[in-house]
Design a protein around this ligand. Structure first.
Ligand SMILES: Cc1ncc(COP(=O)(O)O)c(C=O)c1O
Length: 367
């Protein structure tokens, strides 16, 4: 059976008509930027995450950058970041002129290990930027406590964690600002590019809106040098339609994850995802750790089963961050798991037969 890694076409029949209606209205009104879809989305997205404010932007990377800028991070500063994440988390910091300082991850959740954060703090540290990686919230309580003790900001990278929660609290409003991505394959995705920041801080919100639009709250009144980080109305229209489905889709991801767990639990070469207590993991990705990973991936591919690796290199091993001077061996957990992790197909529309085919493939490889 053919099992694609992601199947955006499977979602189309449910939402296409509604999206096309909204697109048609945008075209009729020729209101392409900063119109009513963006305003509606910001209001609903903030409310959905128990936040007071949200600012829609052009991409998740723009959101990472804006969140850092709005927390006054700039040249010479340092921000603590998990070494296992997508590069955009670190890029958002680097774009301000600051440097990311990497910290190793927890072996079970693959999120930043809070026990290692204090050792990474220096006189230049301005913020801690945990990532709710794969859809599982980072362990926020100790992070918020360390930040408060040292007078640091907390930036959440929630790009993979729409509607996830930590101890009954939705992610996105736990730190000072959170960055979100709506890349098409995300749990909540545009049909193009999109991102947002959420916050409960009104001053930060006003600043983010200005940075997004050339440093101005009013056209041509440029109080500062900003960016063009605006979201298109078309993308906000897609998101507004999808907001009606995101909770249902997330429950379906959960069901799929638990079916995978039950079918894989007796294969001794496979470690299934660990869900920490008190967290609602939204399974943007379903990650297993395995022996002979590359062989398994090739074997599955031959059977028509796609998989991915998120991520093949911890950030200190990428060319982009070589200049920071970290040696191989600096982050033993992240370095080890990078050779063992495999992302299996995960989306709401997966059918049980597809999940069974993936698990049968894995079982037959080890047999
Ligand atoms: C953890 C994380 N941060 C940031 C981003 C950046 O988002 P975008 O691709 O929308 O710029 C992504 C998504 O690709 C991501 O997975």
């Amino acid at each position: 059976m053919n099992v694609p890694f992601l199947d955006l076409k499977a979602q189309l029949p449910l939402i296409r008509e509604e999206v096309e209606e909204r697109f048609s209205e945008i075209i009729t009104n020729t209101a392409f930027i900063s119109g009513k879809n963006v305003a509606e989305f910001e209001e609903r997205f903030a409310r959905m995450h128990d936040c007071t404010f949200s600012v829609a932007v052009a991409s998740g990377t723009a959101a990472n950058h804006l969140a850092a800028l709005c927390c006054n991070i700039g040249p010479g500063d340092e921000v603590i970041v998990p070494v296992n994440t997508f590069i955009a988390t670190a890029e958002g910091i680097s774009h301000t002129g600051a440097n990311p300082v990497f910290v190793d991850i927890d072996e079970k959740t693959y999120n930043i290990n809070p026990d290692l954060i204090e050792d990474a703090i220096t006189s230049k540290t301005k913020a801690i930027n945990p990532v709710h990686l794969y859809g599982q919230p980072a362990d926020m309580q100790p992070i918020v406590d360390i930040a408060a003790k040292h007078g640091l900001a907390v930036l959440e990278d929630a790009a993979q964690a729409h509607v996830a929660s930590y101890k009954e609290k939705k992610v996105g409003g736990i730190g000072h600002a959170a960055a979100w991505s709506f890349y098409p394959g995300k749990n909540l995705g545009t049909w193009g590019e999109g991102g947002a920041i959420t916050t409960n801080d009104e001053e930060l919100y006003e600043k983010a809106k200005k940075y997004r639009d050339h440093g101005s709250a009013k056209k041509y009144y440029h109080d500062m040098i900003g960016y063009n980080y605006r979201m298109s109305e078309f993308q906000a229209a897609v998101l507004n339609v999808k907001l009606d489905y995101i909770e249902r889709w997330t429950e379906q991801r959960h069901k799929n994850a638990h079916l995978y767990n039950s079918l894989l639990k007796n294969i001794k070469e496979v470690v299934t995802p660990f869900e920490s207590s008190g967290r609602y993991h939204v399974y943007h990705l379903y990650i297993i750790r395995v022996q002979k990973r590359d062989g398994l991936q090739t074997y599955l591919k031959e059977k028509g089963i796609a998989s991915g690796i998120h991520y093949p290199f911890p950030l200190h091993m990428t060319g982009a961050y070589r200049h920071l001077g970290y040696e191989k061996g600096s982050f033993p957990v992240a370095e080890r798991i990078a050779d063992e992790i495999l992302s299996l197909p995960m989306y709401p529309e997966l059918i049980p037969e597809q999940i069974e085919a993936v698990c049968d493939g894995i079982r037959s490889f080890y047999a």
